[in-house]
Design a protein around this ligand. Structure first.
Ligand code: AGP
Length: 608
């Protein structure tokens, strides 16, 4: 998500940390800030907008500072603004922190700290941290930070400077990356390797639960309980361009691997101690939710495919009509809307022109509106009445992967909250689904570990000119996303079909030159799907089947099989899309396509 940099040594520290920050600019951000230790105090400068603006503000301002940290923020809690920009300090300004991640229990901590007289300057979750350190401080900064971190739940990479420790920089990590760059008489720290590469290639990657104290000639690492620990020194051999992508050849491949973390982050802070979805994620009163008589999910492209999954998951249990609609169609077709309609707009960027227009149409019709948006502060996230942020972090590749998976998680969580409010699901059923959702990151990881098998399939079919993706029910929704992924980055013709529709026309196109991807992950539709697989097999097409573990029947009628870990039918889309993303990626790689920036396409489609 956001970027952190830090420096201690003989150079002009502010220049170094701002320069380091520029190396993280490609990741996207909405504001930036710097903290430097000057004359025994900590000075903080922050600004909304670009790093260049911050650089002008601090240019030549603190030439004597030898300890500094900096941050680029990608908003999660609180809109993009200068007060919300990092770093954040305590009441006295003696402990100043930059943070990546999410402090899940920040609301209760903030309330308790406020009661004890602490004053907050921002809407962020981060700001509780320096105040906690301030409270715990009894003369040792390291101990105070350690104690403060023990009180927070969630994910963090934090870097801290303190006026009480003139010769040190403090850092800690839990579920958010942080690397130390080792120099001669100087040390660097950053959330990502590219930021330290211009200065050093010797790095230490901190592990979850590590706390580090950096001094000019020393790096000391301990665990949160205070016990010392050694971490290996690595020599980075990547060039700067590869380093931006964390060593991956393309952002897309990196973002596919980011998906387990994106699922965890999207669930973070949304589940109660009882294992239920926090109903506040809907932002709507229980009365209004109970009065709903129709729901539309409106979006474009990949986000529309997430809306289709929502239709299936929500409609079965909610007992009211739920429609998924393309924004470009919805906005012109005068849909039936009134004050008891909920229109859900799904968008990674929050800037898609048709989706924004659909939002306006929904509002004009008096409907309640709810955005499922990745970019905090985007137009949709500001203009929708209620917003659920997906917390997938910036997605750079034009082809959406981790944003889609986090949209699916959003759809499941919001759906469960609606069902509970409308008394269409019991607490026990809900807790069981939430427990299955919590297992998904590990299961996605297991799918990713099977990449070699997918590479072999990609090598075998790189010459194929037509791919059909077939599925029923939720598998059809995933088939649409798989076909879109393939066509947009490999330029191979691919289309998705509801498997039962084949014999109504498209079967005429099936020959031995066609490759069919048959999605057979839905236990309750398995027999029907096997019949459809046989139909295409009988026309000599090659069949690659996606099956759930334990399915011994579909493999018997398939040429190639990709087996997925099993979960309940409703959650299988999260697992089924991963091999299809990998297949699209490897086919495009073999065909030497411009994977991250496919021809004719843009990441954010802000025009109609
Ligand atoms: C998916 O890979 C595409 N990049 C595209 O379909 C995208 O999902 C669509 O343009 C919608 O974008 P949004 O989520 O930013 O609204």
């Amino acid at each position: 998500m956001c970027g952190i940099t830090g420096y201690i040594g003989k150079r002009e520290a502010v220049r170094v940390v701002v320069d380091q920050l520029r190396r993280l600019e490609y990741r996207g951000y909405d504001s930036a800030g710097v903290a430097a230790r000057v004359d025994g105090r900590i000075d903080v400068v922050k600004s909304e907008g670009k790093i260049a603006r911050l650089a002008m503000m601090v240019d030549g301002a603190f030439p004597e500072a030898r300890v500094a940290l900096a941050h680029t923020r990608w908003a999660t809690h609180g809109r993009p603004s200068t007060p919300n920009a990092h770093p954040h300090g305590d009441c006295s300004g003696q402990f100043v922190i930059a943070h990546n991640g999410i402090i899940e229990n920040y609301l209760e901590l903030r309330e308790q700290l406020s009661e004890r007289g602490h004053r907050f300057q921002s809407e962020t979750d981060t700001e509780v941290l320096p105040h906690l350190v301030e409270e715990r401080f009894r003369g040792c900064v390291e101990t105070a930070l350690r104690e403060a971190l023990r009180e927070v739940r969630g994910s963090y990479a934090v870097v801290m400077v303190s006026s009480h420790a003139p010769d040190a920089l403090f850092a800690a990590r839990q579920d958010s990356p942080l690397v130390i760059g080792l120099g001669e008489g100087e040390q660097f720290i950053a959330s990502d390797i590219p930021a330290v590469l211009p200065y050093t290639r010797r790095v230490i990657v901190l592990e979850d639960g590590d706390l580090a104290v950096l001094r000019e000639n020393e790096v000391r690492i301990t665990r949160l309980d205070g016990s010392p620990v050694q971490r290996p020194i690595l020599e980075v051999t990547w060039d700067a361009a590869a380093a931006e992508k964390g060593g991956y050849a393309h952002f897309m491949r990196k973002e596919i691997d980011d998906q387990p973390a994106a699922i965890r982050d999207t669930m973070r802070g949304r589940i109660t101690a009882e294992g239920a979805v926090d109903p506040r994620i809907l932002g709507m009163s229980a009365e209004r939710i109970r009065a709903l008589n129709r729901i539309y999910l409106v979006a474009c492209g990949t986000a529309y495919h997430a809306g289709l999954v929502a239709k299936h998951f929500w409609e079965r249990r909610l007992g009211i009509p739920v429609e998924a609609d393309l924004a470009s169609e919805f906005r012109y077709r005068d849909p039936a809307i009134d004050e008891n309609t909920l229109v859900v707009l799904i968008s990674q960027s929050g800037e898609t022109a048709d989706t924004r227009a659909a939002l306006r149409a929904a509002r004009a019709g008096g409907a309640a509106t709810l955005g499922i948006v990745n970019v905090v502060g985007s137009t949709l996230s500001r203009e929708a009445e209620h917003v659920f942020h997906t917390q997938a972090g910036p997605e750079i590749c034009v082809a959406s992967t981790k944003a889609y998976v986090s949209q699916l998680i959003g759809v499941y969580l919001l759906g469960l909250a609606l069902m509970r409010q409308r008394e269409r699901i019991t607490a026990a059923e809900e807790a069981a689904i939430v427990a299955d959702l919590a297992r998904l990151p590990e299961q996605v990881q297991a799918v990713l570990a099977n990449e070699d098998a997918i590479v072999r399939i990609a090598e075998r079919f790189a010459g194929c000119r037509d791919f059909f993706f077939l599925g029923r029910g939720l598998d059809y929704c995933v088939a649409m996303e798989g076909a879109l992924k393939l066509k947009e980055i490999s330029y191979i013709h691919s289309e998705a079909l509801a498997a039962g529709e084949m014999k109504h026309g498209t079967l005429a196109l099936v020959t031995q030159d066609v490759c069919t991807l048959c999605l057979a992950t839905q236990a309750r539709l398995q027999e029907k799907m096997i019949s459809n697989v046989k139909e295409v097999k009988a026309r000599d097409a090659t069949v690659i089947s996606l099956v759930r573990a334990g399915d011994t029947e579909t493999p018997k009628v398939s040429d190639y099989v990709i087996e997925l870990p099993a979960t309940r039918d409703e959650l299988m889309p999260v697992l089924a899309i991963v091999p299809l993303q990998l297949l699209a990626y490897h086919l495009a790689r073999i065909l030497e396509r411009e994977i991250d920036q496919p021809r004719n396409l843009a990441k954010s489609v802000t025009v109609e």
